[in-house]
Design a protein around this ligand. Sequence first.
Ligand code: ACO
Length: 435
Amino acid sequence: MATQAMSEKLQQEVEIHFEGKSVKLPVHRGSEDEAGMDLAKLRSSTGLITFDPGYGNTGACKSAITYIDGDQGILRYRGYPIEELAEKSTFLEVAWLLLQGELPTKAELASFSAEIKQHTMLHEDFKRFFSALPKDAHPMPVCAATVGALATYYQDPESERQIHSSVIRLLAKMPTIAACSYKHCIGQPFMYPRNELDYTSNFVQMMFATPCEDYPIDPAAARAIDLLMILHADHEQNCSTSTVRLVGSSQAPLFASISAGISALWGSLHGGANQKVIEMLEHIAREDGSADKYVARAKDKNDTARLMGFGHRIYKSYDPRAAVLKKTCAEVIGRLGKSSKLLEIAMRLEEIALKDEYFVSRKLYPNVDFYSGVIFNALGIPTNMFTVLFTMGRLPGWIAHWLEMRRDPDFRIGRPRQIYTGATKRPYVAIERRG
Ligand code: ACO
């Protein structure tokens, strides 16, 4: 097979020759000059399919939501650098930005926030739904199941108006669901939302307050959680977002698609890594505090240990979200006057890894999960809730992608191909003649 760029960049065409057949494939260019071959005609013209396990080099869609340059460590939502949004924006404003494409005006933000507040409660019957789940259930499958179950309460056909209601309901109810998933496992009464509070403070109240007494919300803690949610709000075609798109591509309803995304995020190689990071740091602290020893284990191919919170499919330099969080981490811990043992170990791990040939040559840097767990821990968020907070943050990104996909004129059901490696045709063998 010969693959040849027909001429330089400008020609926008790639010619492929294979077993006497050839095809000219058009090249699509993005607004940041990314180029991708359009393979739609490849199989019908040459018989070839592409083989790309893990989709490391496959563009599954065009998207105008988030731009990442993994070599330069750049992340922008709708063109706005993540560092600026982290410093100046709020989670609800970022949610609007992702969904609508522009920053909201004051009036738009006020009416968005007011509309969300009208839908924060769950149907009372959800109390029975939660009570059917085991007390030791991990909150992630509880959230996935609850969001999936919303599809049984809101079953109207998905008109544009109905989709708008589903989007608002999801954004409004997610903090309530997240807090209930926690209250359920610790056996405390569910707290109703309090709509005089802002989005994130309301979550903090539902998570930590009890009916017995007033719960003073620390605005700095709420701001730290808000910031973490901004940093998690979207990350283009990652595993969970691709899952949401793939499920939604069959025209499954929004709630079902988001439920699938939550399940995908749960895995330890994806959103579940933030829980694994803190478990790793606690393990090191319990042993002898030796970061060096753990780094040696992570490098050893005969050891299953990985340096959790390190490495990324896209970032081959410092994850810009980790850079923001490293700074925030030190501030939050300093302000709370908490022991910084875990932060110290994390910083030591990072220092060793960034100088180590194994990590340097593989371009493995801290990712968003490396410091987020330390902050959640310092804020008193239980470890098994870390990925739930990630879920709350990622929600507007998932929804924005689902909407973009449904409105894409080139929309098709997602359906990858395969290279079959099983048995070739053979006759059925009667059971008495087997073995
Ligand atoms: N510790 C030790 N070695 C690592 C690590 C790590 N954290 N990450 C990658 N490597 C090594 C691999 O063993 C492999 O080495 P090899 O070339 O000698 O075989 C090489 O680096 C490339 O790694 P892959 O696993 O092939 O990279 P991939 O892009 O498939 O995986 C992933 C990326 C899953 C994030 C990986 O780096 C990892 O497991 N990291 C730890 C888990 C984690 O932090 N996940 C969160 C990601 S961010 C997010 O989803 C929110």
